[in-house]
Design a protein around this ligand. Structure first.
Ligand code: NOJ
Length: 559
């Protein structure tokens, strides 16, 4: 095993942490989180074991979609700070060994972006073709809208010029026309700008929509016949500007369709893709206390180039989408984790965080995070997961999971010194409020979720087999148990997770082993002798989890 490889392809063993600057830490008491505040919390992230920070959009914005409606691709929202503050953050992160990536939102702009304002002034505007227009009334596209609670069509009439513009998301987010080479130049220039400032890549928003050429005139489309060639071009541009930078793509498609976004076996498009399928099947598995759906998702992942990688997650800033489950499966998950209509969103997802969905059961919550860190793929945490934050079901839509980070037991979670009434976002109240869930108390408590997650991050970093290895789902008799093995070079890590509430004993068959081989527990003291035939028996409590390293006599790894 060459440990040095892990620093080249750093994303394969990274611990990614996503946050919105606006809700993380307010340094100047104006009620809005800011970059200077985030810089003050970099040591917190380093201590937790974060190695890559993903910043949600921090660009100037009317903020009608939490910053995913950008009016300037080259600046920082003045509410959050300045470019100078961003550079200070990047330097501080670099010093603590943390890379920083940011959302690249270029499927669309805000309708307040100067390009769109110019585009809608007249059909002759030099910016008209930055967007996608149609002159004839559109057909019914209500089945294609992403936000069915707000939108009925992906086309919106522009009264001034009498034509319709394309918007896959909200109508205030007109889609850019990437078939236009000038738009492509602008996207590259913006990427180059942020890479030059020190970003290590991008989380690319809404990639399938970005490549989609719906409504683009035939003539223009002829010159843009292969949208994936564009993704390849973006990737090589990225590599030329910053050799170790990554593109982490949002591509919520079935596994077989995702492969193309990696660039197939060539691996020359997106570096990483969020594994939405495994995430959704994980919830089905948890709901059923049956590891089968999860095991199937993992083994059905398409084979990818060794440099490409999956990003795994249990929650993010959007609804917990269950759109790739069948209707019956989705209803099972709703019934288990979000039975009330006010917990559900868009008919396809849940506006909840994990701990309340699991009834606050500390053992089950830990088992879920142990799974996340032990599955092959780079774990991506959403801020507050490390302390078990809950949601605000009274908040509108996806805002339920976008509440201020809870630092202390104070009513506002120590997020700001502004009066509560001046906070941009209302803190959670009740059982998951700051009095019960906060970082200050947990950091000092060795038995806390925070310390557990920090340990997982550390063990995961010590086990490159998980990021680099080949996965085998091990045969064993209990449907509620996932037993998997990751082997890389001469190292093997085995992980066991019991999705059921009852204790079990798991017989494992690991293939012929040298005499004296042991399975060393990595999350607790202890080890188990493996017999010469490779057999071992391991116990798991209800919702139990164990990580074990196969230790052969003569191995030089520090157990
Ligand atoms: C995906 C982002 O995750 C979501 O928050 C946003 O609303 C849409 N893209 C539109 O940018």
């Amino acid at each position: 095993m060459r440990i040095t490889d892990t620093s080249d392809l750093w994303w394969k063993t990274a611990v990614v942490y996503c946050l919105d600057v606006e809700t993380f830490f307010d340094s100047d008491g104006d009620g809005v989180g800011d970059l200077a505040g985030l810089s003050q919390r970099v040591d917190y992230l380093a201590e937790l074991g974060v190695t890559c920070l993903w910043l949600m959009p921090f660009y100037p914005t009317p903020n009608r979609d939490d910053g995913y409606d950008v009016t300037d691709l080259y600046a920082v929202d003045p509410r959050l700070g300045t470019l100078g503050d961003l550079v200070e953050l990047l330097r501080t992160c670099r010093d603590r060994g943390i890379r920083v990536i940011a959302d690249l939102v270029v499927n669309h702009t805000s309708d307040q972006h100067p390009w769109f304002r110019a585009a809608r002034l007249s059909k002759q505007s030099p910016y008209r073709d930055f967007y996608v227009w149609r002159a004839d009334p559109p057909p019914d596209t209500s089945d294609q809208v992403v936000f069915p609670d707000q939108e009925r069509s992906i086309w919106q009439l522009d009264e001034g010029t009498g034509e319709w513009y394309l918007h896959h998301f909200y109508q205030h987010q007109p889609d850019l026309n990437v078939a236009n080479p000038r738009v492509r130049d602008e996207i590259a220039k913006a990427m180059g700008f942020w890479l030059q400032l020190g970003l290590s890549g991008f989380r690319v928003d809404a990639v399938p929509f970005l490549l989609d050429t719906t409504g683009v005139p035939d003539e223009e489309r002829r010159h843009f016949a292969d949208p994936h060639a564009y993704l390849r071009a973006l990737r090589s541009f990225l590599g030329r500007r910053a050799g170790d930078a990554i593109l982490l793509g949002e591509v919520n498609l079935p596994h077989e369709e995702q492969a193309a976004f990696f660039g197939g076996q060539d691996g020359n498009e997106l570096t990483m893709l969020f594994d939405f399928i495994t995430m959704q099947r994980l919830y089905l598995a948890l709901a059923r206390a049956d590891a089968g759906p999860l095991a199937a998702a993992l083994t059905e992942r398409p084979a990818v180039n060794p440099d490409s990688h999956w990003a795994t997650f249990v929650r993010n800033h959007d609804e917990l989408t269950l759109d790739k489950l069948t209707e019956a499966e989705r209803q099972e998950v709703f019934a288990a984790f979000g039975p009330e209509p006010r917990m559900q969103l868009y008919g396809r997802g849940l506006k909840r965080r994990l701990p309340p969905m699991l009834g606050g059961d500390p053992q089950r919550i830990r088992m879920a995070y142990s799974l996340l860190f032990s599955l092959p793929g780079t774990p991506v945490l959403y801020y507050g997961e490390e302390i078990g934050m809950g949601e605000d079901l009274d908040a509108e839509g996806r805002n339920a999971v976008r509440t201020p980070m809870q630092w202390t037991a104070h009513e506002d979670g120590g997020f700001s010194t502004a009066p509560l009434s001046r906070l941009a976002v209302r803190p959670v109240v009740g059982r998951y409020g700051p009095a019960h869930v906060n970082a200050a108390a947990q950091r000092r408590d060795p038995t806390s979720l925070w310390n557990f997650v920090a340990m997982l991050a550390q063990r995961y970093r010590e086990c490159p087999e998980l990021g680099w290895g080949d996965l085998t789902v091990l045969d064993q008799p209990h449907p509620q148990v996932l037993a998997h093995r990751c082997s890389w070079s001469d190292g093997t890590v085995v992980a066991l997770h019991n999705l059921g509430a009852e204790p079990v004993t798991v017989p494992l068959e690991l293939g012929e082993q040298e005499p004296g081989t042991r399975l060393i527990d990595l999350l607790q003291p202890g080890d188990t002798v493996v017999d010469n035939g490779g057999g071992a028996e391991l116990t798991l409590k209800g919702y139990g989890y164990r990580w074990l390293r196969l230790d052969r006599r003569g191995d030089r790894q520090l157990p």
